[in-house]
Design a protein around this ligand. Structure first.
Ligand code: FAD
Length: 387
């Protein structure tokens, strides 16, 4: 077992850290306040090959791997949750999904444009009555000659308003729960596609989230993922094995960002004539935040390393990393707020924004409860996670 990052990944980590410091940090607060989508920064990240780490060179990636992907995601997330989202929109939920399940023609057509950010992507699973209960979605795709007619709506879709292409899940056979679901690669500019704004969010405001409506959209049959009907639910679940890695890495990143701020503050804030960092209770809080974050990081890296070693069906290790890292992020956010006191509650300091960003990780890519359910049902032998 290797506990050190190799030279190549350390170099990529340094590049991502520098990028976050120089390009994102100076404008993150303003862009979040104004709800400005930072497309220019997404494009710059693509130019630095950030989205291509786990994608083969043949399709415009670098093939450096999943661990590199996790490390880069972590660095960006330390500074911005909104830009962290791009790693699922451009890579794990879209390009990687097509890489694993698409036809050769689909891979050639879409993957290079997603990793270069020429196309922005989105993932359309969630609907009004289908959150955790993915099988309950109501969107349908009816076969009509050489095309499908897509009808229904999606909500809470990251990048809905800006995406060029979406991986959209719909029932081709609504009479068959789960088994009748299929995935489509949909042109988001097609006739009949429209989008609306989701309710105001607590955070991640530089990242658009919206609703998508499909009003009899004609989707060419060659946009059916992998050319096979009935694979949609399997694709959602396999896809989550990828997007949950990115979520775990993002959660580790925001935790580290919060720790860095709390440490800085504890060294400078004086109360009762001494820096508050000299008080044992503050040290205890910091120690817990640091150790839990390091444990989450190791679980995340293990999960990524397993994928790099060819074990991509490591659902159990992935959900454990995701569940733990995402729960830790909330605890670390709470600890950082306590250490900064009133200043943690003020938007003058980054902790207030990072706190709001940390909370989302308990919801995204499967809630904390769903994570615990998968882990416990595996242990009880009711349903094995790794199959
Ligand atoms: C900012 C943001 C961006 C998003 N981006 C996307 C996106 O790009 N694409 C997309 O498809 N979706 C997206 N989502 C949706 C997200 O994936 C869902 O919110 C998530 O799956 C949870 O669904 P829900 O919010 O409907 O919660 P629900 O499923 O209604 O759950 C509510 C609560 O009940 C609990 N619960 C539900 N079922 C069970 C059970 N069986 N056992 C125990 N507890 C249970 C949950 O854990 C949770 O605590 C986004 C959400 C947000 C907030």
């Amino acid at each position: 077992m290797e506990f050190e990052l190799g030279r190549e990944i350390k170099a990529i980590q340094k590049m991502a850290r520098e990028f976050a410091r120089k390009e994102i940090l100076p404008r993150v607060d303003e862009d979040e306040k104004n709800h400005t989508f930072q497309q220019d920064l997404v494009v710059k990240m693509a130019e630095l090959d950030f989205f291509g780490c786990p994608i083969p060179e043949k399709y415009g990636g670098t093939g450096v791997g999943f661990l590199a992907h996790a490390v880069v995601t972590e660095e960006i997330s330390k500074v911005s949750g909104s830009l962290r989202a791009a790693f699922n929109m451009q890579t794990m939920g879209t390009a990687m999904e097509i890489c694993e399940f698409g036809t050769d023609a689909q891979k050639e057509k879409y993957i290079p444009k997603l990793v270069s950010a020429e196309f922005l992507g989105c993932i359309g699973i969630t609907e009004g009555d289908a959150g955790s209960d993915v099988g309950n979605l109501k969107t349908t795709a009816r076969k009509d000659g050489d095309k499908y007619i897509l009808s229904g709506s999606k909500n809470w879709i990251t990048y809905a308003q800006v995406a060029d292409v979406g991986i959209i899940y719909a029932y081709t056979d609504p009479s068959a729960p789960y088994k009748g679901m299929s995935a489509f690669i949909v042109d988001m500019h097609a006739k009949g596609v429209s989008v609306g704004q989701t309710a105001t969010k607590m955070g991640w405001n530089a990242c658009p989230t919206g609703e998508i409506y499909f009003d009899g959209v004609q989707v060419p049959a060659d946009c059916l993922m992998g050319g096979k009907e009935g694979q949609g639910f399997y694709h959602v679940m396999s896809g989550l094995d990828n997007t949950r890695l990115t979520a775990a890495a993002g959660a580790v990143g925001v935790s580290q960002g919060l720790i860095d701020e709390a440490v800085k503050y504890a060294k400078t804030r004086q109360q009762f004539g001494r820096p508050i960092g000299q008080y044992q209770m503050v040290q205890e809080e910091l120690a817990r935040m640091i150790v839990e974050t390091e444990a989450a990081r190791l679980m995340t890296y293990r999960c990524a390393a397993q994928k790099d070693n060819g074990n991509k069906k490591n659902t159990l290790e992935t959900i454990m990393a995701k569940y733990y890292a995402c729960d830790v992020a909330s605890r670390v956010a709470d600890g950082a707020l306590r250490i900064l006191g009133a200043y943690g509650y003020s938007s003058e300091y980054p902790v207030e924004r990072l706190f709001r960003e940390a909370k989302l990780y308990q919801i995204l890519e499967g809630s904390a409860n769903i994570g615990k359910m998968i882990i416990a049902t595996d242990a009880l032998g009711y349903r094995k996670a790794n199959r």
